[in-house]
Ligand binder design. Structure first.
Ligand code: GLY
Ligand code: MN
Ligand code: MN
Length: 456
């Protein structure tokens, strides 16, 4: 085989070590179901306005199996007498590459990404019905299609294959969903994925440090957002993992408040929930700090409760515990704290029985984290994620966030000194054999460390 030099473009080459073995693993699973053909496209390009597109983001399942980040690409896997993995992608085209950027092209892509074959995307409609002949089963991401065109196109190809077979060859009469098996595979991050996630976490932490260092009363939320975005891109992250939340003062009580025009006032807390995406993997950090660099008494009191809740949840983040143990531990600490400061009345037992914390803590304590910020994977034991199934036990290699918070909206029944305080503390954790590694702690979390950084 001739050796191809990869195109000299600045595509941040992802770690490809896992992609081939993931395809092999999926092919083995397909064979365990009787074999057949799998068809998985990447995401469609999406128009923003007129002839202008959002910057392209590949589909996570497709990327997981290929490492390939160009648009207009499809993966076909055949689990038959001989396994095959085939990529359809755009061909080299000097004129279009001059306008839109350099492409791999099928030949170089096959070699670099380890496919048995790669074909021009223009052959897709003609080739798929042929590839389906002799295949009784069709596998795809039925419940998580990458785009609206997937199912209609599959139907067309199956129909064409069935017509051309004239009853002499098998064609896909059984459609099976790949979503759940891919969820299970994606839930445990391999060493390469963990490396990327640690790198993403470090960049995001630096962004938060810079935002804290530059914050001061009189600045707008969007100015801190600019510091985050600058840091993310400066260190090579391709995108934000989700729209950045920068919330000054009472805006922090709006859970997904987008960074806007509000000004941080002296005495306000600022809540920043922001993370970059690096090589397809998300990070997700929240810090809350005083605009003027010094926590007030009531801010300090609530902050210490949230931090203690996070510590309690982190202590339950290990293979000895199930998914919900961290949330239960955080809720218990938050509830006791709300009783201690007078935001709730009664006993801990009563308050927990009635979920009295909910007006102050209305979200859960975490979520899976991976290629998607709210990553795939059942929180209950497989096979089916329904409420009768027990919570899933944590396993080494799972990655999750730990993000308790407290939010006090102005209300005549609550002490006024707490009005408008919204606090969330969020770190990313990799479950290890013994416990967990908090990979986002390059940004300080303790009150004295935050104040020292801001005094700087
Ligand atoms: N940034 C969204 C979340 O923390 O879940
Ligand atoms: Mn989160
Ligand atoms: Mn977050």
């Amino acid at each position: 085989m001739t050796s191809h030099t990869p195109p000299p473009f600045a595509l941040h080459a992802p770690d490809l070590s896992g992609n081939t073995s993931r395809r092999e693993q999926l092919l083995a699973w397909m064979r365990s179901q009787g074999g057949g053909i799998a068809v998985i496209p990447t995401a469609p390009e999406r128009a923003r306005n007129r002839d202008n597109h959002y910057s392209f983001r590949h589909d996570s399942d497709f990327f997981y199996l290929t490492g390939f980040t160009e648009p207009h690409a499809w993966l076909v896997l055949i689990a038959g007498d001989q396994d095959q993995s085939i990529l359809f992608c755009e061909s080299k085209n000097a004129e279009l590459e001059l306008w839109n950027g350099v492409r791999w092209g099928p030949e170089a892509a096959a070699e670099h990404f380890g496919f048995e074959r790669a074909l021009d995307i223009g052959c897709l409609d003609e080739t798929l019905p042929e590839l389906m002949l002799g295949q009784p089963r069709l596998f795809t991401t039925l419940s998580r299609p990458a785009g609206p065109e997937l199912l209609p196109r599959l139907q067309t190809w199956v129909t064409q294959a069935t017509q051309s077979s004239r009853g002499t060859r098998a064609t896909p009469h059984h459609w099976l969903d790949l979503s759940e098996v891919l969820c299970e595979m994606r839930l445990i991050k391999d060493a390469g994925e963990q490396r990327t996630m640690r790198a993403a976490a470090k960049i995001s932490a630096q962004g938060h440090v810079r935002a804290m260092q530059t914050a001061q009363p009189g600045k707008h939320e969007f100015e801190l957002e600019a510091e985050l975005l600058y840091t993310f891109r400066k260190h090579g992250a391709q995108a934000v993992a989700y729209n950045s939340i920068v919330a000054a003062g009472a805006n922090a009580c709006i859970l997904h408040h987008a960074a806007g025009n509000s000004i941080m006032r002296d005495g306000d807390l600022v809540l920043i929930d922001a993370g970059c995406e690096l090589d397809g993997y998300a990070s997700d950090i929240t810090r809350t700090f005083p605009a003027n660099g010094k926590f007030s008494g009531p801010q300090r009191a609530l902050y210490e409760i949230v931090l203690a809740a996070q510590e309690a949840a982190a202590a339950c983040t290990s293979p000895a515990y199930h998914w919900n143990a961290g949330h239960d531990a955080a809720v218990s600490v938050l509830t006791q704290g709300l009783l201690d400061v007078g935001l709730l009345k009664g006993t801990l037992e009563q308050a927990l029985d009635t979920a009295a914390y909910k007006p102050f803590y209305m979200h859960r304590t975490g979520h899976w984290l991976g290629m998607d910020v709210h990553d795939v994977g059942s929180y209950r034991m497989p096979p089916a994620a329904n409420e009768d199934r027990p919570w899933r036990m944590l396993e080494s290699g799972m990655v999750l966030t730990i993000e308790p918070g407290l939010y006090v909206r102005p209300d005549e029944n609550t002490p006024e000194e707490f009005w408008g305080i919204g606090i969330r503390i969020e770190d990313d954790a990799i479950v290890t054999d013994q416990g967990c590694a908090l990979i986002t702690r390059d940004v300080p979390v303790a009150i004295d460390e935050i104040e020292a950084l801001m005094r700087g």
